[in-house]
Design a protein around this ligand. Sequence first.
Ligand SMILES: Cc1cc2nc3c(=O)[nH]c(=O)nc-3n(C[C@H](O)[C@H](O)[C@H](O)COP(=O)(O)OP(=O)(O)OC[C@H]3O[C@@H](n4cnc5c(N)ncnc54)[C@H](O)[C@@H]3O)c2cc1C
Length: 396
Amino acid sequence: MSEIIVLGAGMVGVGTALALQARGHAVTLIDRRAPGQETSFGNAGVIQAEAMEPYAMPRAPLTLLHYALGRSNDVKIRWRDLPQFARPVLSYFMASTPRYHAEVSKVYARMIAQVRQDHGALIDAAGADHLIQRTGLGEIYRTDRALTPAIQDAQRKAETYGLNLRVLHGSRLRAEDTAIQGDIAGALIWDDSWSCTDPGALVQSYADLFQQRGGAVQQGDANSLHQTGNGWQVQTDSGLMSAEHAVVALGPWSGVFVKRFGYKVPMVLKRGYHTHMTAPSAPIRPYLDAEHGYVLAPMRAGLRLTSGAELTGQNRPQRPDQLSHARHAVRGLIPDVTDGDGAIWHGHRPCLPEMLPRIGKANNHPGLWFNFGHGHQGFTLGPTTGHILADLLDKG
Ligand SMILES: Cc1cc2nc3c(=O)[nH]c(=O)nc-3n(C[C@H](O)[C@H](O)[C@H](O)COP(=O)(O)OP(=O)(O)OC[C@H]3O[C@@H](n4cnc5c(N)ncnc54)[C@H](O)[C@@H]3O)c2cc1C
């Protein structure tokens, strides 16, 4: 049994703390805020059992031109911030070859295949079933031109990975989900995926479970972490904490954090926004409105619209024009939708160019461990990569 500090209480840090605790370690979870208040709060809440392949960066010249000219709502590039993201984005581009993506997808698929089992065990133990919908994830296509190739690619993935996929034409989707009224070509329904109506509350319920099982949650600043003769120390509101091991699970803040210890881990921080609207009746599942580049997700707080990626500086002011587009587009699916309170959240998908999270030992510092860079699927992967990290730590 070791004493372990986990830095960061998002889905990844909480999942890691629970997995280490399950192996008999004495774990303290440290965050400057309450658990699940940052990226793991603001996402679309989908536990993406269908996401067997990570997002590669498109390499087709026409698609890149489309992005460069700002003609896509999926991706917006803020050119004046280019120096802040150029190098990691270039590495991401270089890594995104079909060959490397195919290799990496084998590893990714093995992790994703575990996520329902790993979340399921925690959902049961935490009594959090009221936050979970097991009604799948939909992808809506407005036009046949977009639907036809999407069906082909989805069928390839369904066959390769043994996923449950249904293709519904517009009238069939409208009959199945009466909240969707728009004139659409069709939808792909990934029935294996789950969704959460309050992502921050799910992380908090896992953190409560961790505490009920004897774990400690403390407020403190990870930047106070320093190495001692036999381990690590960090300052918390309750005093100085010492431990043999420290795990960095600081999501989008991890790259800057580990630089202090001499590790260069370039991160592609893909900013996303959300806002809530009010619909007369909620859709039965989240949908990606594929040609408009946003996800609409029924949440306790209302109908959450989450945007695609904005490439900008981490501390730049909000420019939520992707959300404005989404707000307009959603009316084509749910005509009676109305604006909510107008509040706009933003956070950053913590992506790594190699498209896999960094899980394992820090090369030059005994007892320092990494678990970050979960990109588009950290809410999905947190409990599973927690187990991977815990296995590695036990092996030493
Ligand atoms: C718009 C959007 C939609 C998304 N939709 C989905 C989805 O549907 N499904 C999915 O699987 N993923 C989704 N994601 C991705 C997912 O949200 C992230 O991958 C995931 O939340 C990352 O979790 P994390 O624990 O690594 O980071 P975080 O949740 O950000 O946790 C990091 C923690 O570190 C803490 N911290 C940072 N610095 C310090 C410090 N100095 N001292 C102490 N604490 C510190 C923060 O307070 C925070 O609590 C989405 C992301 C976005 C932006």
